[in-house]
Design a protein around this ligand. Structure first.
Ligand code: DLZ
Length: 156
């Protein structure tokens, strides 16, 4: 049995997606991002339906996600970041702020937001989750397509 979500047939041709990437731990978030973008394309999301933005760190993800939603040009946003625990409590503050922030943005705007933020104890864990067949980016993109299609159905 797979612990991962199983997706039924996905068609992204009518989905408008926002993709926000944080540049902290940039190698990791770059892999997650490229994996996600390739999957959006594979499932038919047109290139001009993708609104791409970058922010310095994960703390800025909720604000940029909300800003993209406020353009009314996206049905769903995938927010990508990578938090790696250090020797201070900073990690806990950031992880709480980002997860609560993204949840709040989603519920207050009614637009689905995919939590594409790795929260890892060390760099090795982050690499395991962002490389090769274990790259989480493609799974998050599939989640975004499914939710984006639901969102357009609710609107019509
Ligand atoms: C400051 C900080 C730290 C310590 N660690 C990370 C991290 O592991 N991942 C991440 O995405 N961002 C980190 N940041 C930066 C903050 O998210 C934010 O960009 C700054 O505090 C400026 O608001």
């Amino acid at each position: 049995m797979s612990k991962y979500a199983i997706f039924n047939e996905l068609n992204g041709e009518n989905v408008h997606v926002g993709i926000v990437r944080a540049r902290w731990n940039g190698d990791i978030t770059h892999n997650l991002y490229t994996g996600a973008v390739a999957t959006f394309s594979d499932y038919g999301v047109p290139h001009d339906h993708m609104r791409k933005r970058e922010v310095p760190g994960s703390f800025e993800l909720p604000w940029m996600t909300q800003s993209l939603i406020n353009t009314h040009e996206v049905d769903v946003v995938l927010a990508i970041g990578c938090l790696i625990q250090g020797s201070t409590p900073h990690f806990e503050y950031l992880a709480n702020a980002v997860s609560n922030g993204l949840t709040t943005v989603s519920l207050q705007t009614g637009i689905p937001v995919v939590f594409g933020v790795l929260t890892c104890l060390n760099e090795e864990q982050a690499r395991e989750r962002s490389e090769g067949s274990h790259n989480h980016g493609p799974e998050w993109a599939k989640t975004a397509i499914e939710l984006g299609n639901m969102q357009t159905e609710f609107r019509s």
